[in-house]
Ligand binder design. Structure first.
Ligand code: 13P
Ligand code: SF4
Length: 308
């Protein structure tokens, strides 16, 4: 058989490998087009847990693939580019978390899914941007909480829950934390009929201007239900593909941050169709974790997935 395009090669390898391609909303459009499932970090974790084939090709960042591996210890999990990291993962080294726990043994550790597998293994329960408020509300009110590692999501959760006994790690996303509020004001002035949707990793002054705050999938779902024709989207611009799929003909404006003067996650952009093809061909880069680490990390992941 002569394969005519990289897309055909990927689909052929996917069949041979009994693989499933999972893609985050921030992935390039051509990857999303090929994916079996596109979603936010919570949906992708749920999809990974239900998978019964042999290989998960995770088109997202490394911590998401580690989560999928912990839920599928006997399956092969690959990522197109092993350097697809995350500034939030880097913000919370496991040794620092262990030191905190020694000093504050009474705190329940709630970790955002954007953490290393070692940090997950040290956590009591995980959360994502979609369920963080629900997860914190599921913890008895008198119980002190450490929320890590995203300062903006942590502060948002604190405002939403009214919880006072919560310490928040000082990590931040290099994409969302540097969206300047003045650029959002300018975008609103330029597009007066546009509604603003923001990811909770944005700073509080940006969130205060939002008509809607939610995870990537929650933003997509919300946009689909709105009568408005224009939106200012305060998250990574790869989401445009998902937005245009559910709301064709509507206009989406993205605001540049002060980090790259763009709204792109440099880690998410590392994955390409060529790298996906090569990963399916060679089964590398593969996420490889010790059984002991996966077992310890699975507990807080499963606790999160049990909260509906
Ligand atoms: P979601 O939980 O919306 O998928 O977001 C993950 C993320 O990395 C946002 O920057
Ligand atoms: Fe991490 Fe931010 Fe990229 Fe999301 S957008 S993967 S939080 S660096």
């Amino acid at each position: 058989m002569v394969l005519t395009s990289i897309t055909d090669e990927i689909l052929d390898l996917k069949r041979q490998r009994k693989a499933m391609i999972l893609a985050h909303h921030y992935q390039n459009a051509e990857i999303q087009e090929l994916a079996d499932s596109v979603g936010d970090s919570l949906e992708l974790a749920r999809q990974a847990r239900e998978f019964s084939g042999d290989v998960i090709a995770f088109c997202g960042v490394w911590f998401m693939a580690e989560t999928a591996k912990a839920l599928n210890p006997d399956r092969v999990v690959i990522v197109p580019d092993a350097n697809a990291g995350c500034s939030l993962v880097d913000a919370c080294p496991v040794q620092e978390l262990r030191a905190f726990k020694r000093m504050h043994p009474d705190h329940v550790v709630v970790s955002y899914i954007n953490t290393s597998i070692e940090v997950k293994a040290e956590s009591d329960i995980l959360c994502t941007s979609r369920n963080a408020v629900k997860i914190v509300n599921s913890i008895p009110a008198a119980q002190p909480v450490l929320f890590l590692p995203d300062i903006n999501l942590g502060n948002y959760v604190m405002r939403q829950t009214g919880r006072q006994n919560m310490k928040i790690w000082q990590g931040a996303c290099i994409v969302h934390a540097t969206f300047p509020a003045r650029r959002v004001s300018r975008a609103r002035a330029e597009h007066p009929t546009a509604l603003v949707a923001a990811h909770p990793e944005c700073p509080p002054d940006v969130l205060s201007m939002a008509d809607f705050i939610g995870s990537t999938s929650a933003i997509v779902d919300w946009v689909e239900t709105q009568a408005a024709q224009e939106f200012i989207i305060m998250t990574e611009s790869g989401i445009r593909y998902s937005l245009e799929r559910v709301a064709p003909g509507k206009t989406f404006h993205f605001v540049a941050n002060e980090n790259c003067n763009c709204s792109e996650c440099p880690y998410m952009r590392l994955n390409t169709l060529e790298k996906l093809r090569d990963a399916l061909d060679t089964l590398k880069p593969e996420v490889e974790l010790s059984t002991e680490l996966m077992e310890r990390a699975r507990l807080p992941i499963e606790r999160m997935l049990a909260v509906r």
